[in-house]
Design a protein around this ligand. Structure first.
Ligand SMILES: Nc1ncnc2c1ncn2[C@@H]1O[C@H](COP(=O)(O)OP(=O)(O)OP(=O)(O)O)[C@@H](O)[C@H]1O
Length: 263
């Protein structure tokens, strides 16, 4: 059985037993940035049927870490992320996520809105009534964290998909966001852009002990950048723990599946 005492040590990600839902028993603390307890989400059909999409999912992510959420197509990753972002309400269960939190979408064109990189990153700061010097300093720091400082005056239209993603992440960092929720950012990117975005997130987490990131992906190789991971199948959290354990679990599962279909 999972040892619940592991849950309160952010430096020590925990591994749940296979095919059981981690039951979280401790209180939400400063050391935890993201917590979902026993989350379920269902949708109703026109015929009056209820379709369960998430089934009793629990997860707990320590502050200041970079975690990934993996699983086969359609297992419920994006739905879970949207619940953590507050974009969907769970049918059952509770959510605690540190604020401010930012959701970064797969398509960067949906969130990069201003003509230049600098204006785009500064856009969300309008509501804070900051002096121009403070705005400039926050924008520079955020662009530096995602390695885009040299692009400050560039037109956003001239950027690659991955560079636009990094500008969107910088916008969230400039607003001092504590939690970044990132939904399959690298799906449509080439390898260079993919690595650029993932390093930008890694660096954003490392350069500020304040930021926690949860990254949805279907690319197993991206796990090497993560501190911990959550693995889902068919609407359930199957495993939750350090990245190496999750990587080993998924590869073992994949080999077993390949053996089965070749038998
Ligand atoms: N509003 C909805 N109505 C009906 N079904 C839905 C709705 N939202 C999600 N689903 C279904 O729930 C399941 C989980 O969807 P979700 O997008 O969360 O999965 P995912 O793991 O992110 O998939 P992918 O990796 O393909 O993006 C899918 O089968 C999807 O079709």
């Amino acid at each position: 059985m999972m040892n619940p005492s592991n849950l309160i040590h952010p430096s020590k990600p925990f591994v749940s037993p296979l095919y059981s839902t981690p039951r979280v028993r401790t209180n939400f603390t400063e050391n935890v940035a993201i917590e979902g307890r026993n989350l379920s989400f269902s949708v109703g059909t026109r015929q009056g049927k209820t379709i369960p999409i998430l089934k009793d999912c629990s997860l707990r992510i320590p502050s200041g870490q970079f975690w990934m959420l993996l699983g086969p197509n359609g297992c419920g990753k994006s739905t879970l992320l949207k619940i953590l972002a507050g974009l969907l309400n769970p049918t059952d269960g509770t959510v605690h996520v540190k604020r401010p939190r930012s959701f970064v979408f797969q398509n960067p064109d949906h969130q990069v809105v201003m003509p230049t990189v600098e204006a785009d990153v500064a856009f969300g700061l309008g509501k804070f009534n900051l002096t121009p010097d403070v705005v400039k300093s926050r924008v520079s720091k955020a662009l530096d964290a995602v390695s885009m400082l040299n692009y400050m005056q560039r037109s956003v239209q001239t950027l690659s998909g991955g560079q636009k993603q990094r500008v969107a992440i910088a916008g969230a960092l400039a607003e001092a966001c504590k939690v970044l929720l990132l939904d399959e950012l690298t799906t449509f990117l080439d390898e260079n852009d993919q690595i650029g975005v993932i390093r930008a997130v890694r660096n954003s987490v490392d350069s500020s002990r304040e930021v926690t990131a949860l990254w949805v992906t279907h690319r197993l190789e991206e796990l090497e950048y993560a501190d911990g991971a959550v693995y889902m199948e068919d609407g359930r959290v199957v495993m939750h723990g350090n990245a190496t354990d999750i990587m080993n679990f998924i590869t073992t599962r994949q080999s077993a599946y390949i053996k089965e279909i070749n038998y």
